[in-house]
Design a protein around this ligand. Structure first.
Ligand SMILES: C[S@@+](CC[C@H](N)C(=O)[O-])C[C@H]1O[C@@H](n2cnc3c(N)ncnc32)[C@H](O)[C@@H]1O
Length: 278
């Protein structure tokens, strides 16, 4: 079947709409990616051009496509204990610091949680530590959100095909797979006691923070790479507004706050972590 063509002007038009909808920046070199991900939706809608498609979406005639466009353009790549060194730094330096600063009741938010591996990894880490007799009296409330309906569906179900279930859980972490998952045919399902410890919500980082109350730890990992500097800045201002002085922001391995003016400073000696400074 012949593909609907995408002109440079239509790509620009689409890029403006997408950035307004979810912050994701689409550069002029992304035509192929856009066509491969959105082409099927344009065809399904019976539109002869991307311009017509976008006009219909914007006018509300194809309103139900909005979530599906955003869903198709987000990258939901993730794994258990992704970037393991950063989890080691969290355990060794950040967790004790948070307890020292804020006491034994902590609130953590995984703000772009994809299919749930990140917040569940946090719950499983805390469970593993308590098995070892650590963190007596410590309670970490874990909140998690994402914009992608399909990623959130998997996150809430806690049900993973074998490949996804094993990513990040080999070697010394393999015991986790046996302790916190139940096997259901070809799937691994998170045990209810872990699943019940995460509160999920659909949330767009461009909107006001959805949780009432202070956040001591915000995991904002591997999502700002998709945003322009202006969007990053707006997102960080909003998040830090819900974090007390001394709260910690956790970024992905390739991310920095270089050139951004949010009230955050690198946590000395702990790469990837930033503290709120006021
Ligand atoms: C690459 S995944 C990162 C998942 C996880 N944090 C990790 O590091 O493994 C990026 C996630 O950001 C989400 N995302 C992108 N733009 C967003 C927005 N404006 N609001 C909320 N989530 C967004 C995507 O849906 C996707 O699940």
């Amino acid at each position: 079947m012949k593909r609907v063509p995408l002109s440079r002007g239509e790509l620009r038009e689409l890029a403006v709409w997408v950035e307004q909808a979810c912050g994701i920046a689409i550069g002029p070199d992304k035509g192929y990616l856009v066509q491969s991900r959105l082409g099927p939706l344009v065809e399904e809608a019976g539109c002869r051009s991307y311009h017509e498609f976008l006009q219909q979406v914007a006018s509300g005639r194809l309103a139900s496509m909005r979530d599906r466009i955003v869903d198709a353009l987000t990258t939901n790549e993730t794994s258990w204990f992704r970037e393991p060194d950063s989890w080691l730094r969290f355990e060794k330096h950040v967790l004790p610091l948070l307890r020292e600063r804020f006491g034994p009741r902590l609130r953590a938010w995984s703000a772009a949680c994809s299919s749930g591996q990140e917040p569940y990894s946090l719950v499983m880490l805390m469970a593993e530590r308590s098995r070892r007799g650590l963190d007596e009296g410590l309670r970490v409330e874990v909140l998690a959100s994402d914009l992608s309906p399909s990623a959130l569906f998997v996150a809430r179900s806690g049900r993973y095909a074998e490949f996804a279930a094993r990513r990040g859980l080999s070697g010394r972490r393999e015991a986790i797979l046996h302790r916190y998952f139940e096997r259901e045919g070809r799937f691994f399902v998170i045990r209810p006691e872990v699943r019940g410890r995460v509160r999920f919500k659909m949330h767009n980082l461009l909107d006001p923070v959805p949780w009432v109350g202070r956040l001591h730890l915000v995991m904002l990992r591997n999502v700002m790479i998709y945003f322009s500097p202006a969007v990053k800045e707006a997102v960080l201002r909003r998040l830090t507004g819900s974090m007390p002085a001394g709260a910690i922001l956790w970024l992905g391995g390739s991310e920095t706050l270089f050139g951004l003016s949010a009230p955050l400073a690198p946590l000395p000696g702990v790469r990837g972590f930033y503290e709120v400074k006021r």
